[in-house]
Design a protein around this ligand. Structure first.
Ligand SMILES: Cc1cc2nc3c(=O)[nH]c(=O)nc-3n(C[C@H](O)[C@H](O)[C@H](O)COP(=O)(O)OP(=O)(O)OC[C@H]3O[C@@H](n4cnc5c(N)ncnc54)[C@H](O)[C@@H]3O)c2cc1C
Length: 418
């Protein structure tokens, strides 16, 4: 049985950042990865996808963007290449094409974990789960009511407009993925209906600066999990309604509507080809606008505090959204809609984790990434794990360092008995 003090599952940004942190602490470790480095960027992103975070923000421990376009946005292929180079640079001990099939505590009172792959059974003193927060599309149960002749897919399986059957498209969900796909399909000449539930509206730029620069500069992305009043609610916040394109355009609902996208409410029921929606779009947009304007106030205050007002362009706040009447229901057949895309978010999935570490929603229970402090089980890359930026590339380094500190102390505290 091969032995390691620390076993990391997954070689995405979080697994790699953790590897770097462990190497820095001289802790021997391995990474087991079911595909290649940055597998999800190779296999689970649509063709046109670019990061919504700018190049300067793709920071990892001892690694940052050095190209000629710091304000641009990487394609998925660029990210995969960037992470691959990082893995080489830090000499990460990765076993590729190695899927973890089960993780369970050692029996007989031994401190540590049994990690089974197709070919091996590892003994690990500690385990770090870095398998990503977006491995499984979060598709609501009502989807089962759609008739077979309507195609349905998730953003993980969407590639480009040409892949879809001719006809209109209902995109369900108006956060980052939903608005980006509605934008792309509308530009490709498709009739698009966008079902809107809770969302966060943001312009791509404000006063001449990228919105991510503002979030970073105002310290919002660094907010810690133990500073917010309701961390469970913060962890369920929708992703940002932005896109990274060379023309740095916004993709909010107002712009999409003016380009011809039909807005509808949240999908509440499906009966054959008949899809029913709630009538709360205007309320949701009003709420999102209120939050946006509070945030822009905070950005203006940041600019004043830092004395950089003169270096910025004048305020260019978007107008509040006017929502036209939205349909109570749509007959997909009558409207010529052939495809439904469920852009309703993602969730992690751990079919191989044989421990009682899940809450009633099936989510892994943890305290800032510490899943089982007594036995040395950790997680990384989950929403707001330790900071608001925990799921961003830029958030992996600081979280990994904190978790590595805990892991290191655990190894010192719990003696190895073999
Ligand atoms: C559509 C989309 C757009 C995004 N855009 C941005 C962005 O613009 N900027 C940004 O900073 N972040 C973005 N993110 C968020 C985040 O950066 C990515 O989700 C990122 O891939 C998460 O990194 P990770 O290391 O946590 O997980 P992943 O990159 O998902 O890595 C997990 C790894 O674990 C492996 N794995 C899973 N199960 C097993 C197993 N049983 N055994 C072995 N290996 C396993 C997978 O193959 C994968 O390589 C985006 C996410 C999505 C879904």
């Amino acid at each position: 049985m091969p032995y390691t003090p620390a076993l990391i599952i997954g070689a995405g940004q979080c697994g790699l950042a953790m590897s770097r942190s462990l190497t820095e602490r001289r802790i021997d470790h391995v990474i087991l990865e079911r595909g290649n480095v940055a597998n999800s960027w190779h296999t689970e992103r649509w063709d046109s996808l670019r990061l919504l975070t700018p190049n300067w923000q793709t920071r990892l421990p001892d690694w940052h963007y050095t190209g000629t376009d710091p304000d641009g946005y990487m394609t998925a292929g660029d990210v995969a290449g960037y992470l691959g180079e990082y893995a080489d640079k830090i000499d990460a001990p990765i076993h590729t094409n190695t899927s973890v099939r089960s993780v369970r505590r050692m029996g007989g009172g031994f401190p540590g974990w049994e990690v089974r792959t197709d070919d091996d059974l590892w003994f690990a003193r500690t385990v770090v789960i870095a398998t990503g927060a977006c491995s499984t599309p979060n598709i609501p149960d009502v989807a089962a009511g759609l008739p077979d002749h309507i195609d349905q897919l998730s953003p993980i399986h969407y590639r480009n407009p040409a892949q879809l059957a001719p006809g209109g498209v209902l995109v369900v969900g108006a956060s980052a993925s939903g608005t980006q796909l509605a934008d792309e399909l509308c530009r490709a000449g498709r009739d698009v209906t966008l079902a809107v539930s809770r969302h966060v509206r943001l312009p791509r730029t404000y006063r001449g600066m990228d919105i991510q620069w503002w979030l970073d500069t105002a310290g919002i992305l660094d907010t810690r999990f133990d500073e917010v009043p309701d961390i469970e609610r913060a962890r369920r916040a929708p992703s940002l309604q932005i896109v990274g394109t060379p023309d740095r355009r916004s993709v909010d609902l107002d712009l999409l509507r003016r380009r011809g996208v039909r807005l509808a409410g949240r999908v509440i029921d499906i009966d054959g080809a008949d899809v029913r929606f709630d009538d709360l779009v205007a309320d949701r947009c009003g709420h999102a606008d209120d939050k946006l304007f509070r945030l822009l106030d905070r950005f203006d205050a940041t600019a004043r505090e830092r004395g950089i007002e003169d270096e910025l362009e004048p305020s260019d706040r978007p107008a509040r959204i006017t929502v036209p009447p939205t349909p109570a229901s749509i007959d997909l057949d009558a409207d010529g809609i052939s495809t439904v895309i469920w852009a309703t978010g993602f969730r992690p999935n751990y079919p191989w984790l044989q421990e009682r570490v899940f809450d009633e929603r099936g989510e892994i229970r943890h305290d800032g990434g510490v899943v089982d402090a007594e036995h040395g089980l950790y997680a990384l890359g989950l929403p707001f794990l330790r900071r608001r930026k925990s799921t961003f590339i830029d958030g992996a380094g600081a979280d990994a360092a904190d978790v590595a500190d805990h892991l290191s102390t655990h190894l010192d505290r719990v003696p190895l008995v073999v």
